[in-house]
Design a protein around this ligand. Structure first.
Ligand code: TDX
Length: 338
């Protein structure tokens, strides 16, 4: 298959792009090279004959239309993804996560040759009560500018699917972790700081619950779904969840243990405003197709800590002046101007 992967220099996009090339597909990677992109993530396929990199933004309609005309499938991983940044600068989330998706939908509609697979998130459902799992047809209740932008994108997908009878697949994943994730996110931030022996800023009481899945399991799910993309018009939602739900504090403690640090490194700091308490996905639909998560959280976290410990070069580049400025803005007061 000829696949356009957007955001292919980012965390999940790069894992998927590499796997697709390895599986024999031809991949075009459209990436805007934002702060969250790292071309080194795709260095291993950069010279591959079935791989092509195009620097550009999914909001560039003319470019997107040209690229979409040449492929069978578009998988959209291009997005602004960090909740904390969406509180500091919401506008870019609307531009990339909503307008960018409309640009992709317009291209798919115009060419009618490519199928769109759009990456969404469990956050569109907002915070769930204990014991509740979000079903694929559940109601949206986003609470952050980030999750509102992802929910808005999904509404656009639904509108296009309905109006123009397009078959679109929407993937909603729980929290993903693994190698190459940007160090702004909880697990890599805590791992890299634990390795450095500096305080780990745990928001609020740390009892917020997240469902964690290793990026390899996302790659496997995407590979499986690509084999059977729906032909019927509509927005077909699929949940990718591991079922492994843990309070943040427990994850932070595990990271300390794996990094050989004392738990006293964990510092309780002022909470994220509007912080969702709990996410949980029902992923029966995907499981009924034979998919199972292969990486248990305990094993995946250990592997991830080892990866960050052994690949300082890979993520050190992200510790640039832009990140230091963001970190100071986000954590300066919380950590007492550390
Ligand atoms: O410094 C921190 N301290 C802390 O306690 C950070 C960065 C996070 N946290 C908490 C907040 C969350 O409860 O850890 C949890 C995970 O935080 P993030 O890594 O920021 O992820 P989250 O807000 O859950 O959103 C993630 O999962 C859904 C991704 O960033 C989204 O892109 C995805 O859609």
């Amino acid at each position: 298959m000829r696949v356009l992967v957007t955001g292919g220099c980012g965390f999940i996009g790069s894992h998927v792009a590499r796997a697709l090339v390895a599986a024999g597909h031809a991949v075009t990677n459209l990436d805007a090279l934002t702060y969250a992109s790292n071309p080194a993530n795709v260095a291993s396929i950069a010279a591959h004959p079935r791989y092509r990199f195009v620097e550009g933004n999914i909001c560039d309609s003319a470019l997107v239309r040209e690229l979409v005309a040449d492929v069978d499938v578009v998988i959209n991983f291009a997005a602004e993804t960090h909740v904390d940044r969406s509180l500091l600068d919401p506008g870019i989330f609307v531009r990339t996560d909503v307008e960018g998706v409309v640009s992709l939908l317009e291209a798919v509609r115009a060419t009618r040759t490519a199928r769109l697979v759009h990456m969404s998130t469990d956050e569109v459902f907002g915070s769930l009560a204990p014991g509740v799992e979000a079903e694929e047809e559940g109601q949206f209740a986003p609470t952050s500018p980030y999750s509102a932008s992802k929910a808005a994108a999904e509404l656009q997908v639904r509108a296009y699917a309905e109006t123009y009878e397009l078959p679109v697949t929407v993937l909603r994943s729980c929290n993903v972790y693994g190698p190459n994730q940007h160090i702004e996110k909880f697990i890599p931030l805590f791992i890299t700081r634990a390795l450095a022996g500096v305080p780990l800023p745990l928001y609020g009481d740390g009892l917020q619950e997240r469902e964690w899945i290793h990026v390899d399991d996302i790659v496997a799910a995407v590979g499986l779904l690509l084999e059977h993309l729906p032909g019927a018009a509509g927005a077909h939602a699929i949940h990718i969840g591991s079922g492994e739900r843990l309070p943040n504090r427990v994850v932070a403690e595990a990271i300390c243990r794996l990094a050989g640090r004392d738990e006293s490194l964990i510092q309780r700091v002022e909470d994220r405003p509007g912080h969702d308490r709990r996410y949980a996905l029902n992923s029966r639909r995907l499981r009924s197709r034979g998919w199972r998560p292969a990486v248990r959280f305990e094993e995946g976290l250990e592997r991830t800590v080892r990866w960050y410990a052994g690949n300082a070069d890979a993520w050190a580049a992200a510790e640039n002046p832009e990140f230091r400025e963001y970190f100071a803005r986000q954590y300066g007061e919380r950590l007492g101007a550390v």
